[in-house]
Design a protein. Structure first.
Length: 618
């Protein structure tokens, strides 16, 4: 059983190929749908949070100047008076920052004195200042830029401050460039870096944006979107309250030669968005800009796998799962699947450290789908194989039963005769008769066993029958004595009408078939009935029929009785139960002779089994 089962586990290569073909068909639906893509984003968020906060050069080069809740509590609500903003910027100028990026919309004019004071402060940063612009819908529905007032734009760079939230509201990327069709601005974090490094305007190609010697993977097909590599949660960048600048308590050295981003961080300021690193209140806009600048500055780009690489990865993963499920079982299979499930996030973490984003959700979807499809299919195959194995075991038991039943008669004759010879003093003539009977029955027993073995090999397809010229009447006569001896117990008569007919056949196998039909007819007939065996030759074929006066066979059972181990259930009980293999072997023998067998029967009127064989060819 163990050897049989081990072979059954091994599925053919075309079966595993079928698994992969099914996966290839469902793959686009499996990995490129909104739900799985959202899972990819969620897994990326988890992996980003698992990393320690970055302390690289980009983080050290950026300082946030926060209009926080403390500043608003001291100097009034938003919008902060421009005179107060001007005072703070004048103090900041004394600290010699490299560039100042202001994430405040300074479009609407206020009191002339307030605007003049702010303009004067902004002119101090001439050539080292970036102001914010935003797109808004006009009355006619067109998108228009909200630009800084003309008084503030003297020799000043302007950048957009739009975020690009995903469908779940988290900001994972930024559009490096944004346009309303007439005017186009770069993102504030990118523009601040460009001004700080004195780079020329960005150079654009189809697949990337280059600023100075930094090549940013942001293609035109993706609308110049760049994945933000967040350095850490809120508070990763050095942050100074604007209140400290105004009150003169801010440390001077923290701003020297740094990129300073000024904006609102107050919780009620309306400039907080959720990111993969956010806590419950979201991340301030100026910190998102800082992360954009840091991603570019440190070349810490997160690049997703291209389409071909993804397909190769999915195919390899599916192949490992399918082959593994086909090869291993039990704890070894569980261990293999556990290792794969563990390696996927580990490989994703390593890839993320090298700047490549693996679609972990899609990989797990392929892993679960391939393991599921192959697992369910293998389970079905194994279940069917086990059932087949169990069926074969039952067949073997029935065959042994059938052989035991058939050899019982000669063994009984041999045993009885030998006992008479050994226990009684018999006349010489009777003793010789007993010896002759023993010899005859032993030869018959050997022939019977050889015939059974030949039939078994024939059914298994390992025996080729040998057709020779045979006289049908001789075959019938050879089995008739045994059949009549069997019928005598039920006082059943067997009449034979067989003319001289020659045919090409295997005599031993054909006699086995005839004997089975005769004994079946006797077995399922009432006592003192008649069994008729007839043969005739016509139209190029030979028919041999055995008719009885038995119980008959229902129409629903007439085709099934030639299946192995199928037994008709009769209301009448018989003293002998069949093994259900005789007619199946008879059909196999007839088929190997190039013929066919059929039955004509009605319940209660008896049955006629007819064998049609091809006539002998001269």
């Amino acid at each position: 059983m163990g050897l049989v089962s081990a072979r059954l586990w091994q599925r053919p290569l075309y079966v595993r190929s079928a698994y992969l073909c099914v996966l290839a068909v469902v793959l686009p639906l499996l990995v490129w749908n909104g739900f799985v893509q959202q899972i990819n984003s969620t897994f990326l968020d988890i992996l980003l949070r698992m990393r320690p906060s970055a302390k690289d050069a980009g983080v050290q080069e950026i300082v946030l100047l926060a209009i926080d809740d403390g500043t608003l509590a001291r100097y009034g609500p938003l919008p902060l008076k421009r005179s107060i903003l001007a005072d703070g910027l004048k103090r900041l100028h004394a600290f010699a920052p490299r560039v100042v990026a202001i994430d405040l919309l300074l479009a609407e004019p206020t009191a002339p004195s307030e605007d003049e004071r702010l303009a004067e402060a902004l002119r101090l940063f001439r050539g080292r200042l970036v102001l914010a612009a935003a797109l808004a819908s006009s009355a006619n529905g067109a998108a228009e830029w909200i630009l800084p007032a003309a008084a503030f734009r003297d020799n000043t760079a302007v950048a957009h401050v739009h975020a690009a939230p995903d469908s779940d509201g988290d900001v994972r990327s930024v559009l490096l460039a944004k346009s309303n069709g007439t005017r186009r601005f770069w993102a504030l974090g990118l523009e601040a870096l460009r001004v700080a490094r004195d780079f020329d305007r960005p150079l654009e190609t189809r697949s990337f944006v280059q600023i100075g010697d930094i090549r940013i993977p942001a293609s035109s097909e993706a609308e110049r979107a760049m994945t933000i590599n967040y350095a850490g949660p809120e508070g990763t960048f050095a942050t100074v309250p604007f209140l400290a600048i105004l009150e003169g308590s801010a440390p001077r050295e923290i701003f020297r030669d740094k990129i300073v981003i000024l904006g609102v961080t107050a919780q009620g300021g309306g400039d907080r968005l959720f990111t993969p690193m956010s806590s419950g209140i979201g991340m301030s806009g100026i910190e998102i800009h800082a992360n954009v600048a840091r991603t570019v500055l440190d070349r810490a780009f997160l690049v997703p796998l291209n389409l071909l690489t993804q397909l190769a990865l999915y195919t390899a993963l599916a192949g490992v799962c399918v082959l593994g499920i086909g090869r291993y079982r039990g704890w070894r299979l569980i261990g293999l699947l556990a290792i794969i499930a563990l390696l996927l996030p580990i490989a994703s973490i390593i890839a993320l450290q090298r700047g490549t984003v693996w679609p972990l959700g899609s990989l797990f979807a392929v892993f679960l789908a391939s393991a599921g499809i192959a697992g369910v299919s293998e389970y079905a195959f194994v279940t069917a194989a086990l059932k087949s194995s169990e069926q074969k075991r039952r067949e073997y038991a029935f065959r042994v039963q059938a052989i035991a039943h058939e050899i019982k008669t000669p063994l009984t004759a041999i045993q009885g005769s030998s006992e008479l010879i050994s226990e009684q003093i018999l006349p010489e003539t009777e003793r010789l008769e007993m010896v002759s009977l023993i010899h005859k029955e032993s030869r018959r027993l050997v022939t019977l066993i050889h015939t059974f073995l030949d039939v078994e090999r024939l059914a298994a397809g390992t025996l080729t029958i040998e057709l020779r010229p045979v006289e049908l009447k001789a075959v019938v006569d050879e089995v008739l004595d045994r059949a009549r001896l069997y019928a005598a117990r039920k006082k059943t008569s067997i009449d034979v009408e067989v003319p001289p007919i020659m045919l090409d056949a295997d005599a031993e196998l054909l006699s086995f078939a005839v004997y089975n039909l005769l004994t079946n007819a006797v077995k399922y007939s009432p006592k003192q009935s008649l069994v008729l065996l007839q043969a005739r030759e016509a139209n190029g074929s030979i028919s041999l029929s055995v008719a009885d006066q038995g119980y008959g066979i229902a129409v629903a059972d007439q085709q099934k009785i030639f299946e192995k181990f199928y037994r008709v259930k009769h209301k009448e009980t018989t003293s002998e139960e069949g093994s259900g293999i005789g007619l199946a072997l008879v059909k196999e023998i007839v088929t190997q002779h190039g013929g066919r067998i059929f039955v004509e029967s009605k319940p209660g009127t008896g049955s006629r089994f007819t064998i049609l064989l091809p006539a002998r060819r001269t």
